[in-house]
Design a protein around this ligand. Structure first.
Ligand code: ADP
Ligand code: LRH
Length: 478
């Protein structure tokens, strides 16, 4: 058995996990977990990337001897470096308001339909392309010589080597999903300098070795290679969906719910664009065809507003609230920004003529019902738009621990749900490293190993579809 360290940076926490992989065994344990708290400074919402790097070093120290290290993290955001390779300022958080109204400027040059046909990426205000457009006239961008996406930035600090990992690069909206390389035309028309990006690398590629200073600081004995993995956390999580066939949908549930299908080619139709489905790149030539749903962010923000009550208690209270009394559109970008979430949810219910949830249990129930409904719509729409029917839905990520959400998702989709693993991104990260340093296994073999070794919970759909249909109709009626 060999050990691999997976650095997985989620929007709510970062962790360093150690995976031990043998021919018929796979175990993962947590070496270190650290909070990821956005910081609001006068110029806007920022990531504390130095704090995160400190957490990574602590985690590597706790992980001990490993055959390799891999890094994955949330998408779209980046750090800018000057000509000396020094970081210019704190990376901007994708929930920062700077991209408000920017899409319209971009579409005046490259219409939204052309952008989708070229990149396959759904509209989200925070796509790197819009962030770069928002930053166009800033001193910082004008002085910068290099842009590194967040996992690539931390990888650079660990190794001194720069690269742009492909799965995460696809979330910039500057990659053509058919050629799996830069969309030169889009970049040129929008005046985005692709020379800012380091050369592309693919999951499994070598990404350097830990610098001597990093070895000294973590107490590790060198050389320790760093291996490129699916550095978009969702790409790593999808790689770790323990599916045994091809007719499956997945939902990666954490801060976001990413719900969709794994395909072999992108879907670039106008109907797909209208339904806001994205074609992000996955492992081994796959496409992650999915929709972004606000996810457990809605609950995280309510918890923050309520002073951090116990999650188990909230879920228990939500369990005794009648189902589907009020639902909100959990895909609505109106919920993107932080702050006043219980009030914003109440306002959305009031505006759609539904009962306003008052207690914490009622608000939590409204969020879980709304997420399940959004999961239903995404799974159904993806099947229709990609002409790819499924028999089962895999739920992975932190939300797979939420038994009520998993059951409601099974009920809403009218399909069996298989929940787990909860640390899917870390497992996908570990397996790609293991594959790069050991006998090659394809994605199907990785998934068979996961299905054999990871604890999974099954939920059968209950009851009838009518209440879900009615709730869906309520949401779709203006
Ligand atoms: P991210 O990687 O986006 O930071 P995670 O995949 O770690 O997110 O998921 C975090 C979410 O998982 C939490 O906000 C919480 O709602 C849910 N979660 C974590 N642990 C539990 C638990 N024991 N029971 C129910 N839900 C949980
Ligand atoms: C989930 C995630 C998601 C992106 C969002 C910005 O952590 O990477 O796939 O859309 O963050």
């Amino acid at each position: 058995m060999r050990s691999y360290a997976a650095v997985d940076l989620g929007a709510s926490s970062g962790r360093v996990m150690v995976g031990r992989v043998g021919p018929d065994s796979l175990e993962v344990s947590e070496a270190h977990r650290f909070p990821n708290r956005p910081v609001r400074v006068p110029e806007g919402l920022r990531w504390d990337v130095l704090g995160l790097y400190g957490g990574v070093l602590d985690g590597l120290r706790a992980a001990g001897r490993v055959a390799s290290v891999g890094l994955d993290g949330w998408a779209v955001d980046y750090g800018l470096l000057d000509a000396d390779g020094a970081l210019l300022g704190n990376p901007v958080h994708y929930r920062d308001a700077r991209t408000e109204g920017v899409a319209e400027q971009v579409w005046a040059t490259v219409p939204a339909a052309q952008l989708y046909a070229a990149t396959g990426i759904q509209y989200a205000p925070f796509n790197t392309l819009y962030q770069l457009t928002a930053a166009r006239k800033t001193e910082q961008l004008m002085c910068s010589k290099r842009l590194l996406l967040i996992p690539d930035l931390l990888s650079y600090w660990l190794t001194g080597e720069q690269g742009t990992e492909l799965t995460n690069a696809s979330t910039t909206q500057l990659i053509d999903p058919r050629t799996r390389t830069w969309s030169y035309e889009v970049a040129e028309r929008l005046g985005i300098d692709l020379g800012l990006f380091a050369p592309l690398r693919r999951p499994g590629d070598p990404a350097g070795v830990l610098r001597p200073e990093v070895l000294a600081e973590t107490g590790l004995a060198g050389p320790v290679p760093v291996t490129a993995v699916g550095s978009h956390d969702t790409a790593s999580a999808v790689a770790a969906v323990p599916a045994t066939g091809e007719r499956f949908a997945y939902i990666c549930t954490g801060t976001w719910s990413l719900a969709g299908l794994e395909l072999t080619a992108p879907v670039l139709t106008e109907a797909s664009r209208a339904a806001n489905f994205t074609n992000e790149l996955g492992l081994d030539g796959t496409v992650r065809y999915l929709r972004n749903i606000m996810g457990l962010w809605l609950l995280q923000e309510c918890q923050r507003a309520w002073g951090g009550p116990d999650l188990a208690l909230l879920l228990h209270e939500a369990g005794s609230v009648p189902m589907l009394r009020s639902v909100v559109d959990a895909g609505d970008a109106a919920f993107l920004a932080p702050g006043r979430m219980p009030q914003r949810i109440a306002a959305a219910c009031r505006a759609s003529g539904q009962p306003v949830p008052r207690t914490r249990g009622e608000v939590t129930r409204c969020i879980l019902d709304s997420l399940a409904l959004a999961h239903r719509r995404a799974v159904a729409d993806a099947q229709r738009l990609a002409d790819h029917p499924v028999d089962v839905v895999y739920v992975v990520g932190g939300g797979a621990r939420n038994t009520l959400l998993c059951q409601l998702t099974a009920d809403a989709c009218g399909l069996p749900v298989v929940a787990g693993p909860t640390e899917a991104a870390a497992l996908g990260n570990v397996l790609v490293q293991a594959r790069a340093h050991g006998p090659a296994g394809d994605l199907a073999a990785m998934r068979r190993l996961l299905a054999r070794t990871q604890p999974l919970t099954r939920y059968a759909p209950r009851g009838d579809d009518a209440p879900w249909q009615a709730a869906e109709a309520r949401l779709l009626t203006p």
